[in-house]
Design a protein around this ligand. Structure first.
Ligand code: APR
Length: 240
């Protein structure tokens, strides 16, 4: 493999599946018994805010009851030891990447493009506040006092966060690695193509072939808890 300096990693629900968090595209097409359009769109929130707040209250509890697995831990090790550029873009709203390694705290190398379950966004003053309790009770924003808090989640039809930074990193990447994502949701599903067209090698680690498998130079199939630590060992061994 040519020399690798800059790595961009994209993670999806599959990396947290073995921690016990449900993936989105299960066989029944439902997410925790709800149709996505009933809980994860701005229209759903406008129509039935209480249902949506309760749904994300439950997600918040589930996140806090969950622990990182060996795949999150391996990526934390890579983050700590990799001397080159590294950007970890996650579509996940859990904080398992951060909790897998203390070195992640406040680390700009983890980017939550679809928002964070443990964050509340005030639509009145735009403040974001770490949130671990209920939003369904209608608590006031701790910054401005308005009753305008919503989950800090990028819903369908909304613009994912920090896209400029992500595309800049993809253009500089020597290696793009996709882990535990079905490649069904854009723009994340298009990252592999962008990276490859800009010269990166592309690797997929997933339980099954994804929608975008044809764009990857290499696909390794299996559970993230096994594939990711093995790949990280390879990368760190190569760097020594
Ligand atoms: N190890 C590796 N991969 C796994 C594992 C595992 N243990 N378990 C499941 N997978 C794979 C599945 O085979 C599937 O391809 O993870 C993928 C999960 O796909 P999705 O459920 O579609 O999740 P994701 O790709 O993260 O969804 C993207 O869609 O609903 C929106 O905003 C939401 O961020 C989410 C986005």
């Amino acid at each position: 493999m040519p020399k690798v300096e800059n790595i961009v990693i994209l993670t999806g629900a599959g990396i947290s599946a073995e921690s016990g968090l449900e993936t989105f595209r299960a066989a029944d097409g439902l997410w925790e018994n709800h149709r996505v359009e009933d809980v994860a769109t701005p229209e759903a929130f406008a129509r039935d805010p209480l249902l949506v707040q309760r749904f994300y209250d439950m997600r918040r509890v589930a996140i806090m009851e969950t622990l990182p697995n060996t795949a999150h831990e391996a990526l934390a090790r890579l983050d700590a030891e990799w001397q080159g550029g590294l950007l970890l873009v996650t579509q996940n709203i859990d904080d398992l990447h951060e909790r897998a390694g203390a070195m992640y705290a406040g680390d700009p190398r983890v980017l939550h493009m679809h928002g964070e379950g443990l964050s509340a966004w005030c639509t009145a003053c735009d403040a974001r506040t770490r949130w671990t309790t209920s939003l369904a009770d209608g608590p006031p924003c701790p910054v401005c006092g308005a009753n305008a808090l919503r989950p800090d989640i990028v819903w369908f039809g909304e613009m994912p966060y920090r896209m400029d930074e992500i595309y800049a990193a993809l253009r500089e990447a020597d290696l793009f690695v996709s882990i535990g994502t079905s490649g069904a949701v854009y723009p994340a599903a298009g990252f592999v193509r962008e990276a490859r067209e800009c010269g990166a090698r592309t690797l997929e680690l997933n339980l099954e072939s994804s929608h975008g498998s044809a764009w990857f130079h290499e696909t390794r199939l299996g559970p993230a808890s096994l594939l990711v630590p093995a790949w990280v060992d390879e990368m760190l061994g190569m760097a020594r």
